[in-house]
Design a protein around this ligand. Structure first.
Ligand SMILES: *Cc1c(COP(=O)(O)O)cnc(C)c1O
Length: 601
């Protein structure tokens, strides 16, 4: 698929691969009456690339994932070799002609497949093959979550990829030699760093393989890279400190501003010209308008129009009527316990109870908007979606609330709905437990569309706050260090919060009382509540009060329309760092050592 960049004069190819059977219909079997049998093999082959991320909750799904990963790696490596050998014979030239950027551990088998081709097809010497491979591969880490770090059972390799398993063992021998040299007489280091995890079931640690087989290892936000170096793989950082580097993520301003928010784009271009579209740092030139009331009024009007469009999407997809005059408080992202959609839900319940039980009136009506999919095998995530929908039903239909709170869960969250959601948002909920969100990118899309972040010091939130200014960002919650401390000492006691804090007790009791399951089993949400009350691994209760306080500050600040618009403008003007153009330039300069054709001119 040819890809042309915005105003680009070069074309790059996006190569797409799919699995197809070499044999057509087995006519012999077919004529015998074996109609299913005749096509069975073809279907089995085509299953390899049928779906992206097949569910890994069952053994067959995990096996299919491994086969799929190998299939795509093999396609890519063999295609690169085909193109390289068109005009080269010396493989020592490969690292000067190609860099393979491993996007997470999913394509790590590319390291082993390249080794296999160099060794078995081109008969290179092992040391030379590994030297070439290591100089060609670079790895980007995307997560610190232990459950998301890929480990494949050795038994699966024995069945599907026996030759690759031998090569992995050889790479491990090479690694163990390096470890012995660098850390003499330290057998613990050997087992900690090994590519093989010993135990009841032997497993291959794909992240260790990716780090060992690459010349560069990067994280995707400053705090994330520090955690990769010092918490995830400190031994590898000690062994090879120069390999590690940061590349903070970015998003495309063409889609997320120019196309998605045409009202705002036109306002920007009218005042500072259109250079911002390809150089987002230009947005800084909007800063002087922070004190220009007529400009701020235009900004407010554009936001209002975008909120009307979003309200329409909500009505069309959920049947829920929301007022564009309320605060649009938005959390859209994949559903995950570390992203804490349930903290948001608990706060809504708190606010609801403060109205119906304490007779409080909110300073400003508010609409809570959610969107996001759960992984097919992630039961808890699906239950969180159900919880939010049940809270929405109760809150939206309680006359005592007098429409001060509305809750809507937009179904089927995807890029086309995201394009309508970001421009129509006032508040961007970025509330992951500190230390768990590698970067986040919706935080960037929200900021450049003039939504203010309510967030923890996690991922790129940290850098967004540094850029836009602490006074234009609503911070709450424990730091990553404080979370780590509580985990290490096992000092977070959810029951202490419950027993000593009447607001927390009331919310937890309401959620276990059946208040939000009027027509269903009152224990429906017990798994969520039990997780919070048993360990509260994601520190929901530890962060609850500072989250409530930050919400109260937002409601107060929103009252002053011009002050809010000023903060929104400063978020827009100072979001230039989060253009993907900056990110790609840094990959090009620091890792790939290539010059852009624009700079060459
Ligand atoms: C940006 C985006 C994401 C990533 O969101 P995070 O909040 O950073 O996890 C996910 N899905 C869609 C459709 C997006 O546009």
């Amino acid at each position: 698929m040819p890809i042309v960049g915005y105003t680009g004069e070069t074309v790059n190819y996006l190569r797409l691969f799919s699995a197809q059977s070499a044999n057509t219909l087995d006519i012999e079997t077919f004529n015998r009456g074996g109609y299913v049998e005749a096509v069975e093999k073809n279907i089995k082959v085509e299953t390899i690339s049928k779906v992206l991320y097949p569910s890994d909750s069952v053994e067959q799904g995990r096996y299919l994932r491994l086969i799929q990963q190998y299939f795509f790696c093999s396609c890519v490596i063999n295609d690169i070799i085909r193109r390289f050998t068109e005009d080269h014979t010396d493989f020592r030239e490969l690292p000067n002609k190609a860099v393979i950027q491993l996007n997470d551990t999913h394509p790590t088998l590319a390291i082993v497949e390249l080794m296999r081709v160099l060794l078995d097809v081109y008969q290179l010497d092992w040391e030379e093959a590994f030297d070439i491979t290591r100089k060609t591969m670079a790895y980007t880490n995307h997560t610190l979550l232990p459950e998301a770090l890929e480990k494949w059972p050795v038994s699966m390799f024995e069945k599907a990829l026996p030759r690759h398993l031998i090569i992995i063992y050889e790479i491990n021998e090479w690694l163990m030699r390096q470890v012995r040299e660098h850390f003499p007489n330290d057998p613990v280091k050997l087992s900690q760093m090994s590519l093989i995890e010993e135990g009841y079931e032997k497993k291959i640690r794909m992240a260790h393989l990716a780090i060992t087989g690459s010349f560069s290892v990067n994280g995707v936000a400053a705090i994330h890279t520090e955690l990769v170096k010092h918490k995830l793989v400190p031994d590898f950082y000690e062994l090879w400190p120069d390999k590690f580097n940061n590349k903070t993520n970015g998003v495309t301003p063409r889609r997320w501003l120019l196309v998605a928010n045409q009202g705002l784009s036109n306002l920007i271009t009218t005042h500072i010209g259109d250079k911002w579209i390809t150089d987002l740092s230009e947005l800084r030139r909007l800063e002087p308008y922070a004190t220009d009331e007529s400009f701020l009024r235009k900004l407010i009007d554009i936001k209002k129009q975008n909120k009307i469009r979003l309200a329409q999407l909500i009505d069309n997809t959920t049947g829920i009527t929301v007022s564009p005059d309320s605060i649009f408080d938005v959390q859209v992202k994949r559903i995950h316990e570390y992203k804490r959609q349930h903290l948001n839900a608990l706060h809504i319940v708190h606010q609801y109870l403060s109205i119906v039980e304490d007779g409080k009136t909110l300073p400003q009506p508010i609409t809570y908007i959610f969107g996001g999919k759960a992984a097919p095998g992630y039961e808890m995530a699906k239950l969180i979606i159900k919880l939010i929908n049940n809270i929405a039903f109760v809150v939206n239909n309680d006359a005592r609330v007098k429409d001060q709170i509305k809750v809507a869960f937009i179904p089927d969250y995807k890029v086309s709905s995201a394009e309508i959601i970001f421009p129509g948002s006032d508040v961007s909920e970025q509330i992951s437990t500190a230390g768990y969100e590698a970067s986040g990118t919706s935080n960037m899309k929200f900021a450049m569309n003039g939504a203010l972040t309510l967030g923890t010091l996690d991922g790129a939130n940290v850098e967004i706050r540094d850029e836009v200014g602490a006074e234009n960002f609503y911070l709450f919650g424990l730091t990553a260090e404080e979370v780590d401390e509580r985990h290490k000492n096992d000092s977070h006691k959810p029951w202490d919060y419950y027993n000593s804090d009447p607001r927390i007790k009331r919310v937890i009791d309401a959620l276990t009382s059946g208040m939000f399951t009027p027509n269903e089993d009152k224990n429906l949400f017990a798994p969520i509540m039990q997780n919070i009350m048993f360990k509260d691994y994601y520190m929901i209760l530890a962060d609850f009060n500072s989250y409530v306080a930050a919400h109260e500050k937002i409601a107060q600040d929103y009252q002053n329309e011009l002050e809010w618009a000023k903060k929104a403008l400063l978020n827009i003007a100072r979001s230039g760092k989060f253009s993907i153009d900056r990110t790609v330039d840094q990959y090009a300069q620091d890792i790939w050592h290539v010059q852009s054709s624009v700079d060459k001119e």
